[in-house]
Design a protein around this ligand. Structure first.
Ligand SMILES: [Zn+2]
Length: 440
């Protein structure tokens, strides 16, 4: 009798301890996401609304239109994405994109172009392209052709560029032949690159699940870290020749749990990286969870990286007279572009240019200009920002809380680029990175 009651007491004590431990763990795991939900994100939201009210359209100096889009995005043509046009297009419209340059994973050694989703859809230019494995790059030949990936990589880049196509290095954290003379540019930001450096991916995931509603854009931004190493590499490469910097979304829309009805009435469950988890006859679980299929056929979805949130995260703006993949590519490889983080604020109107002794515009980002002509470097922003001027990779000047910026070069040659930062919750967040003006 005594022994039994002692056992009961011990079991009761262990259960109580476990319960306390469980609650403590729950509080520990949930504290940060809840703090974000009820304190940090409402504050960010209010400050962003206040910032957006300060919008002032800058006068046009660069005589070309600003087209906003994304580079390096994936579709169902990639093994790890199921993205189809009826999902991509509304997301692109919501994010106000003018163009998408795709980089679908290579499926075969003989790679045909154009293919998959390619053309102009409701005013949005979509160009097909490939992301090659290994030392990854994005290749967009921009014409009807077949690429043979068994040939020498450097030879392939040379041919694509010579034939009027585009070749950019992706995933700048990886090894590349940086001395290759033919590639035209590189990623200076990629959401995936930024995600894999998270020290606590589980905390990021958990926060994303708790804050997946109205604050998803803020929980998504928790992955952001300034890519100082990659920016330094970019600056050093630019001391040899022009290497264009671009922003990549690497959007797959594949960090999710989804389900759809198959033609034979069975249900396919799809998990992370668009892998099939199970195919089964609909049971109680399906009856409970599945609803009416959406435009892409998904009858259930719980997702983190929607196309919209990726398309609205970081963008590349290209200055061009025409909205076509050919015109955009020609301007981009000349560096007539800047990158921005649009969930903070829309950057349309931002410009960085040089003026001569009379104050007239004579060159824009990406251009080379003789030092006697680049008398002043100027930047204008639709929102008050901190302007930072970098010369050959070194911060040489900055100015806070202003819409306009001007700097006298005094005839000093170098590569000048601008970073603009927005003030949110007492932090100057990087918002715009321009390509350099090359003063020689
Ligand atoms: Zn990719």
């Amino acid at each position: 009798m005594k022994a039994t009651s002692k056992t009961v007491r011990t079991v009761y004590f262990i259960l109580k301890a476990l319960a306390v431990l469980f609650v403590a763990l729950l509080v520990f795991v949930l504290a940060r996401p809840l703090w974000n939900r009820y304190v940090v994100y409402p504050q960010l939201e209010a400050e962003r609304t206040a910032l957006w009210r300060k919008y002032k359209k800058p006068a046009k100096q660069i005589p070309l239109k600003d087209y906003k889009g994304v580079l390096h995005s994936h579709t169902y043509r990639s093994h790890d994405s199921r993205g189809v046009l009826p999902e991509i297009l509304p997301a692109a419209q919501q994010a106000k994109l003018n163009f998408i340059f795709l980089a679908d994973h290579r499926i075969s050694d003989q790679d045909t172009f154009p293919r998959g989703i390619h053309g102009t859809f409701e005013g949005i230019v979509i160009e097909s392209g490939t992301e090659s494995p290994g030392a990854s790059m994005m290749v967009n030949p921009l014409k009807s052709t077949i690429l043979d990936w068994t040939q020498d990589r450097n030879q392939l880049i040379r041919n694509v560029v010579k034939e009027g196509g585009m070749a950019f290095y992706l995933h700048s954290e990886d090894d590349h032949d940086w001395g290759n003379p033919d590639y035209q540019g590189m990623e200076i930001y990629n959401i995936h690159t930024d995600l894999i450096d998270e020290k606590n991916p589980l905390a990021f995931l958990f926060n994303g699940m708790v804050n997946s509603g109205a604050y998803r854009h803020w929980s998504y931004r928790e992955l952001f870290n300034e890519q100082t190493k990659i920016l330094a590499l970019w600056d050093s490469l630019n001391s040899h020749r022009r290497i264009v910097g671009m922003a990549a979304v690497d959007a797959h829309n594949n960090q999710s749990i989804r389900a759809r009805y198959l033609p034979d009435g069975q249900v396919e469950w799809v998990g992370s990286n668009s892998k099939t988890i199970a195919v089964n006859k609909p049971g109680w679980k399906e009856k409970l969870l599945l609803g009416k299929p959406d435009v892409a056929g998904w009858a259930f979805k719980m997702e983190l990286d929607t196309y919209f949130h990726s398309f609205n995260f970081d963008n590349t703006h290209i200055f061009s007279d025409t909205l076509s993949s050919r015109a955009l590519k020609n301007q981009l490889v000349n560096g007539h572009a800047y990158i921005s983080f649009e969930s903070l604020a829309e950057a349309d109107g931002f410009q960085f240019f040089s003026t001569d002794a009379t104050g007239s515009f004579n060159a824009m980002m990406g251009d080379s200009v003789p030092r006697e002509k680049a008398v002043r470097l100027q930047a204008v922003s639709p929102f008050p920002v901190r302007f930072e001027l970098f010369k050959d990779g070194k911060l040489i000047d900055s100015k806070d809380n202003t819409y306009t910026y001007s700097y006298a070069t005094k005839g000093r040659k170098g590569n000048y680029r601008v970073v603009a930062r927005l003030l949110l919750r007492k932090e100057w967040l990087p918002w715009v990175y321009t390509n350099p003006i090359y003063v020689y």
